[in-house]
Design a protein around this ligand. Structure first.
Ligand code: AMP
Length: 223
């Protein structure tokens, strides 16, 4: 299905663990495709589509949207050819046991396998600061942080020169608490689900962005 070098991965970790940052880097370094259900849902909300109307209020409150909504989105996306050359990164999916089971069925039916489930381990106390400082370029979507990754020149995107920036509606303290609860109650059990199949690779998500990238690249090199 995919060429010899392509590997398919899941990034698991609480909000603020650095999944999106690392996915952005893998897209550049390995020509992988980032499949972020959060990004897809935000696009649906922005476009005012029926899925967006269903998801918007739940997302703003930090709650999960129903499994069938995200499974449907991922099912369609996995059929597109661009995932075959460099493999895919599932970022923010699956988030519940029901989604993981549905993903197994989808991948079986499509003849695709998973190579690594990267568990980004982080200190929960650090997450609120990490999340509430996030912002992104309004033009190209490049991600930044007030303290940990500011733009090189204030007010100008390093990647595209854009001058408009945006913050996520759910990156406030109250929604972050709800999102962390959802992670503990519904997503953390997936680590055992995949550990039973020998797929889990723990990575220290408290290390620097470059060190985390190196740890992830080493997993790919090991095959
Ligand atoms: P994220 O960008 O991954 O932090 O996701 C932002 C929000 O989108 C989450 O808090 C949920 O409301 C929703 N969402 C994203 N992915 C999923 C998923 N796999 N299952 C349920 N809800 C999701």
């Amino acid at each position: 299905m995919s060429d010899a070098a392509a590997q398919n991965i899941i990034l698991i970790g609480p909000p603020g663990a650095g999944k999106g940052t690392q996915a952005e880097r893998l897209v550049k370094s390995r020509n992988m495709v980032q499949l972020s259900t959060g990004d897809m849902l935000r696009a649906a909300v922005a476009s005012g589509s029926p899925i967006g109307k269903k998801a918007g209020a739940l997302m703003e409150a930090g709650e999960l949207v129903p499994d069938e909504v995200v499974v449907g989105i991922i099912d369609e996306r996995l059929d597109q050819d661009d995932i075959k050359a460099g493999g895919f990164i599932l970022d923010g999916f699956p988030r519940t046991t029901g989604q993981a089971e549905a993903l197994d069925q989808l991948l079986d039916a499509k003849g695709v396998s998973l190579d690594h489930v990267i568990n980004m381990e982080v200190d929960i106390a650090a997450l609120v600061e990490r999340i509430t400082g996030r912002f992104a370029c309004g033009d190209c979507g490049a991600g930044y942080h007030d303290t940990f990754k500011p733009t090189k020149t204030a007010g100008i995107c390093d990647e595209c020169g854009g001058k408009e920036f945006k913050r996520r509606a759910d990156d406030n303290e109250e929604a972050v608490k709800t999102r962390l609860d959802a992670f503990h109650n519904q997503t953390a059990p997936l680590i055992n689900y995949y550990a039973d199949r020998g797929l889990v690779r723990p990575v220290d998500g408290m290390a620097s962005i470059d060190e985390v990238s190196q740890a992830i690249e080493a997993l790919f090199a090991a095959g």
